[in-house]
Structures are given as C-alpha cells and as structure tokens.
Design a protein around this ligand. Structure first.
Ligand SMILES: *Cc1c(COP(=O)(O)O)cnc(C)c1O
Length: 403
C-alpha cells in the first residue's frame, strides 16, 4: 500500500511553494506529543494552530469518527443528516444563536458571514448599505473576500482588482470606528482575540462600545471566533467573557478537533436572508465532520475541561516569564486561556521564526504570530507534565540561540 518513501525534500519538488514547513515530518501523535519519521519525540504546544483542541488521537474522537465512518460519510445537502442536526442544536443551546450554517474551513464560514451581512443589508436597507468595517492586522482567511476584509495588505496585494466597500480601522480603538461607521455600514467584523495579528485580546469596554455603535447605525456585529472559539480562551466562545453578543459568529479550527469543519452562527432575524439557493457548500455539514465536532463540543463544553484552561494558562505564562528572568527574551506574555502570545523583547525582535526552529531542534513545537511574537495554542487538556517538559525544552532552545 504505502510503498513510496517520501521525505521533506519531496515537498519542494511536488508542492506549490506557498508554505515553508520545518525539516521533519510527523507520522504519529498521542495527546500533546508527536513523533517524526526518525522516531524523535516532540511536545506539541502549537496544537495544529489552535485546531487540535483535544490533542492527537483522542480516544473519544477516534470513536466518534470510526463509528460514523462505518455508517455514512457524505450525502450532500440534497439530504440532511442526524449528526448535523444534533451538532446545530447543541451549538444553539450553548450560545446566542438560533440558526447554524456549516462549512469546511474558517475562511468559508467568514465568507458566508460576510455574504449574509451584505444580503441582509441589501434586503432591509438597499444596495448602498454594503460597507464592511474590519480591523487593521485582523485575519479572516484566504479567499478573495476574506483577504480583502482581513487587515493585512500583504495577503491581498497582487490579487486585484480589489473588492469594494471595505474599510480598516485600528483594533481596540473605538474612536477610529466611530469616525467611519455610518448608515452605509452593513457589518463590523472583529476577532475578540486577534490571533494571527499577534495574540491581542480586545478589551471588554471596546467590545461593548462596538456593539453600541453597531446598534446605533443598524450594522451587524460579526465576531470571527475561528481561532478564539470552542474553549480556547477558557469559555466556550471568547465573547462570553465580555457578555457582548454578536449577530453573527464564525467558528472553525478547534470545532473539529482536527477534522475540517466550520460553522456560522446567527439569529433568526438575520438567518432568513439566506433563502433556498442563495448560498451553499457541497461538503458543508457532512455527517462525518459533524459527528466528530459534536463529540468535540460534548467534551470541551464541560466544567472539567473549561475550568482547567485558566490553570494551564497560568502555568505557561509563569513558566515563560521565569525563563525570561534568566534569558531576557520576552517583554510580556499576553492572550487568554490557551491562546498565548509571548512578545519578544527589543533585542529579539524579528526572531520568532528562529526561536520556532530552535525549539523544534529541542523537541518542541511552537508557533509564531508575526515575526515578533511566539504563539502557543496547545491542546485544551494538555497534561501538566507536558507543559513542564515543553517549557524546559524551550529554555534549552533559547540557551542554544544565546550560545
Ligand atoms: C485561521 C483563521 C481563519 C481562516 O481559517 P481557515 O480554516 O484557514 O480558512 C479565519 N479567521 C481567523 C481568526 C483565523 O484564526
């Protein structure tokens, strides 16, 4: 069956070169540990970029996947299915939402959100109400609409002509939003914690004020919780810390625990503006993905898992600052729950990638969020022993870099 030997050098030969993976290939995982082709072991504090919410090869997810795999994988949306209806019901039960649309990636969930906002505004106020306001440095995915709404020009440059009616304002700056929001605004899009942009939480006051400005201007508030949702920050969704409810929320990444699935959640008032035929997805809401995500939600949305997240945050944050007391690499640690950004000190600015590579040589996987922030997004149930060992390996990696 798997007779062809492959290795990292094949990547450059056969793959479109839009990624630069490290020079080992993992072949197996269990919990928060991974093993590569040569049998080297790694502590995984990257979590597949905030996706592997329950680590690797979680027995409950294997059970949900294999049970469903023996029954039905795919039907198309010409038919509905039991796992999708159960998952939607549980998401509604757990959140502000009344209705759910399923897709397969964060970008697709956001694409649906932005299209729904425009359709709602078109129906209720007319085509002039089409402006979308988003934040500088935000990230919403890689489709043309989502890179355009995203606030990092490097991701949309060279793919023109640009989409019209999108404005960017500084994050956490309510006066900047107040200046541009108007009756022509159909939606304001915010990540409650900016992930790719550097792991920056929005303040509760900011989110409350954004909600108020949206209400005053009859604009929808869209929370992109693709990275911050599904327990990542210690509550099921990050908006629950502030109590500010959005009109539309998107979830992906941890939602499937590693299986590609995403969801757009909204209210009855708005959902009806997507009628039959206005939007869709071949794979969206397939029984296999929904069965896995249902199990992720059953496990994550429990006091046992959610209450353990803050403690793990404290262990990691304290450990990072302890390392930094000896090797002054971090200026500060920010983020919420198990979405943590260690901000590099002046002398280390621009070196997040070098730290990531040194960590890998020491048997540790971490992420970066831009060149100046080391990002951690481990399993929500990572054992304390793996946190301790991971921090020790990070100390070794930094020791290697200072020589
Ligand atoms: C990762 C991410 C996306 C894009 O998700 P994909 O599954 O890669 O399409 C969108 N928004 C946020 C906040 C993200 O972190």
């Amino acid at each position: 069956m798997h007779t062809t030997q492959v290795n990292r050098s094949d990547f450059d030969r056969v793959m479109v070169p839009n990624y630069a993976p490290v020079d080992m290939i993992p072949v197996r995982g269990a919990g928060s540990r991974l093993w590569d082709q040569d049998g080297h072991e790694y502590i995984d504090l990257a979590g597949g970029i905030a996706v592997n919410a329950l680590g690797h090869a979680h027995p409950g997810l294997i059970e949900a996947l294999t049970d469903q795999a023996g029954k039905l994988w795919h039907l198309s949306n010409v038919l509905t299915n039991e796992p999708a209806l159960r998952l939607a019901s549980k998401l509604i039960e757990a959140t502000f939402a009344d209705k759910v649309f399923f897709a397969n990636s964060g970008a697709e969930a956001n694409e649906a959100a932005f299209k729904l906002a425009r359709r709602w505004a078109h129906d209720t106020a007319g085509p002039q109400k089409h402006e979308i306001i988003a934040c500088t440095n935000s990230f919403h995915g890689r489709t043309l609409f989502t890179v355009s709404v995203g606030g990092q020009a490097k991701y949309s440059q060279g793919f023109g002509p640009a989409l019209e009616g999108i404005t960017h304002v500084a994050y956490n700056d309510i006066e900047a939003l107040r200046k541009v929001i108007s009756a022509r605004t159909c939606a304001v899009v915010v990540e409650p914690v900016q992930g790719e942009g550097g792991v920056i939480p929005a303040s509760d006051e900011y989110l409350r004020a954004v909600r108020q400005l949206c209400d005053e201007n009859q604009a929808l508030l869209v929370f992109d919780e693709v990275q911050s949702g599904m327990g990542r920050t210690g509550k099921l969704f990050a908006y629950m810390h502030s109590g500010v409810q959005p009109d539309i929320l998107t979830s992906a990444k941890s939602l499937g625990g590693g299986f590609p699935i995403s969801a757009m959640l909204t209210t009855d008032r708005i959902a009806g503006h997507f009628g039959v035929g206005t939007h869709g997805s071949t794979y969206g809401g397939n029984p296999l993905g929904c069965a896995v995500a249902e199990r992720v939600l059953d496990i994550v949305n429990t006091p046992e898992v959610l209450q353990g997240i803050e403690h793990r945050h404290q262990l990691l944050a304290a450990g990072l600052m302890e390392i930094s007391a000896d090797i002054p690499v971090f200026a500060s640690v920010r983020g919420r729950g198990l979405l943590i950004g260690a901000v590099l000190a002046e002398a280390w600015v621009g070196q997040a990638r070098q730290i990531q590579e040194a960590a890998q040589r020491q048997g540790l996987l971490v992420l970066q969020a831009g060149p100046d922030v080391v990002r951690l997004a481990p399993s929500l149930i990572i054992p304390e022993a793996d946190i301790t060992e991971g921090l020790a390996r990070l100390r070794n990696a930094l020791g290697e870099l200072v020589g």
